[in-house]
Design a binder for this molecule. Structure first.
Ligand SMILES: Cc1cc2nc3c(=O)[nH]c(=O)nc-3n(C[C@H](O)[C@H](O)[C@H](O)COP(=O)(O)OP(=O)(O)OC[C@H]3O[C@@H](n4cnc5c(N)ncnc54)[C@H](O)[C@@H]3O)c2cc1C
Length: 257
C-alpha cells in the first residue's frame, strides 16, 4: 500500500512529467531529494516558531539552482522550463522556502541582473549565488500592492547620494536581508528608480532602515515578511541600479520572475 511519502513523490495528476527530458527529470529529482534531506525534517518546527531554517542556505547554494535564469555570476542560467521546475518542486516541498527562494533568487538577484550595470552585477551577484549574502525585494507599500505603479516611497538626490523616505510592507526577508532592493520615486522626474540598501559592515541596518516582522500569518510560516519604515536612508549613487529609469524596470523584473 502506498504511504503518504510515496504519494507525494509520485503524484503527477496531469502527467506533466511525461513531457520532460532526462535533464529536467534529473533537476526535479535533485530538488526532491534535497527537500527530503534538508527541508522536511526541520520545516514544521520552523513554521511553529515563524523562522527561516537558515541551516538550509548553504546546501541550497550547493544544489545549484540559486539565480535560476541568470547566466554566469555563479548562477545556473536555467531555461524558463527549468526555472519553472525549480518553483514547482520547492512549492510542493514547502511554500515558505519557495517564497524565500523566489524573493532572493528571482526578485532581488533578478533586479540586480536585469537592471544593474556589469560592475553592479559583479559586485553583488556572486555572493548572493553562494548565499553568503541574502536579498529582499521592497516594492509593495501599505497603500500600494496590486497598484504598486503608484508607489510613494521617495528618492531625493543629494550630490553623490540619494535620500530615501517611505514605508514598505510585506517584504519577504526584509527583516534580515543583507541587501534590500528598494523601489522609490525620484522627486524630480517622478519616475521609479531602484536602490540596493546594504547592511553596514558591522551587520547592522543602514541608519533609518527600520524593519518589523509581520506576525500572525496563516501561511508561509517559515519565511518572515517585514513592515519597513524608511526614514532618511542615505544610499550612494553607485548603489542605484543604472538601467531602471521608470516603472518599466519593475515590470521587467516581475515578468521575468
Ligand atoms: C506572503 C506575502 C509575501 C509578500 N512578499 C512581498 C515581497 O517580498 N516584496 C514585495 O514588494 N511585496 C510582497 N508582498 C506583497 C504583495 O505583492 C501584495 O500583497 C500584492 O501585490 C497585493 O497587494 P495588496 O496586499 O495591497 O492587496 P490589494 O492590491 O489591496 O488587493 C486586495 C484585493 O483586491 C483585488 N484587486 C486589486 N486591484 C484590483 C482591480 N483593479 N480590479 C479587481 N480586483 C482588484 C486583489 O486581487 C485582491 O483580491 C507579499 C505579500 C504576501 C501576502
Amino acid at each position: 500500500m502506498a504511504t503518504p511519502h510515496d504519494v507525494i513523490h509520485h503524484a503527477d495528476y496531469f502527467q506533466l512529467d511525461a513531457s520532460l527530458s532526462p535533464e529536467f527529470l534529473d533537476l526535479r529529482d535533485r530538488i526532491r531529494v534535497f527537500g527530503d534531506e534538508h527541508i522536511l525534517p526541520v520545516i514544521n518546527e520552523h513554521w511553529e516558531r515563524a523562522e527561516l531554517p537558515t541551516a538550509v542556505l548553504e546546501p541550497l547554494a550547493e544544489l545549484g539552482v540559486v539565480g535560476t535564469y541568470i547566466p554566469d555570476y555563479g548562477c545556473p542560467g536555467l531555461s524558463r522550463l527549468g526555472a519553472g521546475i525549480v518553483a514547482r518542486e520547492f512549492g510542493r516541498i514547502d511554500g515558505s522556502i519557495n517564497t524565500f527562494l523566489g524573493v532572493h533568487s528571482n526578485l532581488a538577484m533578478g533586479s540586480i541582473y536585469l537592471l544593474g550595470s556589469e560592475e553592479q552585477r559583479q559586485r553583488w551577484l556572486p555572493e548572493m549565488a553562494r548565499m553568503a549574502k541574502t536579498g529582499a525585494f521592497a516594492l509593495s507599500e501599505p497603500a500600494h500592492g496590486s497598484d504598486s505603479v503608484s508607489l510613494e516611497t521617495s528618492a531625493r538626490r543629494e550630490g553623490d547620494t540619494w535620500v530615501l523616505n517611505g514605508h514598505k510592507r510585506w517584504i519577504g526577508n526584509g527583516h534580515a536581508a543583507d541587501r534590500t532592493v528598494v523601489y522609490a520615486r525620484d522627486v524630480v522626474d517622478g519616475e521609479a528608480k531602484v536602490f540596493v540598501v546594504e547592511k553596514q559592515p558591522d551587520g547592522t541596518f543602514s541608519p533609518g532602515y527600520r524593519p518589523t516582522p509581520i506576525v500572525g500569518k496563516l501561511a508561509k510560516g517559515a519565511i518572515v515578511q517585514a513592515d519597513i519604515i524608511i526614514d532618511n536612508v542615505v544610499v550612494p549613487e553607485e548603489n542605484r541600479l543604472v538601467h531602471c529609469e521608470s516603472f518599466a524596470g519593475v515590470t521587467r523584473v516581475l515578468n521575468a520572475t
